[in-house]
Design a protein around this ligand. Structure first.
Ligand code: IPM
Ligand code: MN
Length: 373
């Protein structure tokens, strides 16, 4: 029996709906396994901007810092006309959390369930054996421009005699690369021991440095095989032969793009959870932020249509990585698999003969499966 605290930031769009189901799962786990779980509900994103004028307040950052983990929903977006000159944007909450807590390693597992093979645009023969995990660098790169700049600041578009110009900077330090590459090798040791490092070393200096550091780190892991591939080739291999991958490590923007693509191997982006981990230890694991990789989907907000699975699997990752509750995490994953195998789907999954249910019913069925002995 443990005593844990989690800060919940449901965010915008479908964030609150899917987070509600994920939270229900966490509370059910606490009940079944007799853990004490204290929940702090706080605002982030548009709701926080409306209430407090900032995407995330100092007080909320402090509450997060005092918790064992953060459960996050989704963030964004402002309508285009409001965005144009906005200096406060909902995404700043996420950039602030990632940067301030140094969440440099973003884990995104892709493991298609056999019962969802027919939901994927790929033929089942291409999916067989696929079980990979992305380690996306999350605290630097193009998302942050210059080191001294404000994270998530509105991009600078400037007027020159040639017309308008805009600059984004891709900067990585040796330390920033090394820590995420090490995290990837550590993960590979406990898996199939293959690291694929993805870069664009035929064009970018930051990628040449990245490769050099992968070579250096690899020396410490003689049992792990590694390879370098270019990001464009990786995009191609992800659909041609996804089972060739085990651990894929890459910089921030490449990881953002490739993980949305890879999500379709599972049938829907609504299936993929993530864990953002840093250096700080929590009482039984690593302090982290856990969120679905999908966005706020404002087009289906409040309609009970969003797939809660990614959020629920993020809660499972929270149990495993920040609370050290491995058995409980496995139980949640098994409950999700059971409901999927029983044929229940949300509308994002287009499949013949599927039993289509809403966000709440999907969550309820997963919680019920968890409670079954
Ligand atoms: C993600 C999201 C974010 C990102 C957005 C909301 C800024 O797409 O977590 O993948 O690009 O990192
Ligand atoms: Mn993304």
């Amino acid at each position: 029996m443990g005593d844990y605290s989690v800060t919940v930031l449901p965010g915008d769009g479908v964030g609150p709906e899917v987070t509600e189901q994920a939270l229900e799962v966490l509370l059910t786990v606490a009940d079944l396994y007799r853990h004490k779980l204290t929940i702090h509900h706080r605002l982030a994103g548009l709701a926080s901007i409306a209430a407090e004028g900032v995407a995330i307040s100092e007080a909320t950052m402090q509450t997060c810092a005092e918790s064992d983990a953060i459960l996050f929903g989704a963030i964004g977006s402002l309508p285009a006309h409001e965005r144009r000159n906005a200096t406060v944007k909902p995404e700043q909450a996420l950039f602030r959390l990632r940067k301030d807590f140094q969440f440099f390693a973003n884990l995104r597992p892709i493991r298609p369930s056999r019962s969802l093979y027919s939901a994927s645009p790929l033929k089942p023969s291409y999916l067989e054996g696929t079980d990979l995990i992305f380690v996306r660098e999350l605290s630097a790169g193009l998302y942050y421009g210059h080191l001294e700049s404000v994270p998530g600041k509105p991009s600078e578009i400037r007027r020159t005699e040639r017309g308008e110009e805009a600059i984004d900077t891709l900067l990585y330090t040796e330390q920033e690369i090394e820590r995420v590459v090490r995290a990837a090798f550590d993960i590979a040791v406990a898996r199939r021991r293959l690291v694929t490092s993805v870069d664009k070393a035929n064009v970018l200096s930051s990628s040449i440095l990245w490769r050099r550091i992968v070579e250096r780190v690899a020396v410490d892991y003689p049992a792990v095989t590694y390879e370098h591939i270019l990001v464009d080739a990786c995009a191609m291999y992800l659909v041609r032969d996804p089972s060739r991958f085990d651990v894929i490590v890459t910089e921030n923007l490449f990881g953002d793009i490739l993980t949305d693509q890879a999500s379709m191997l599972t049938g829907s982006i609504g299936m993929i959870p993530s864990a953002s981990l840093g250096v700080r230890r929590s009482q039984a694991g690593t302090f982290g932020l856990f969120e679905p990789i999908h966005g706020s989907a404002p087009d289906i907000e409040g309609q009970d249509k969003a797939n809660p699975v990614a959020a629920i699997l993020s809660a499972a990752m929270l149990l495993r990585h920040s609370l050290g509750l491995h058995e409980e995490a496995l139980a949640v994953e098994a409950a999700v698999e059971e409901v999927i195998q029983d044929g229940y789907r949300t509308v994002d999954i287009q499949e013949e003969g599927a039993k289509v249910v809403g966000t709440r019913e999907m969550g309820k069925r997963i919680t019920a499966a968890l409670r079954r002995p």
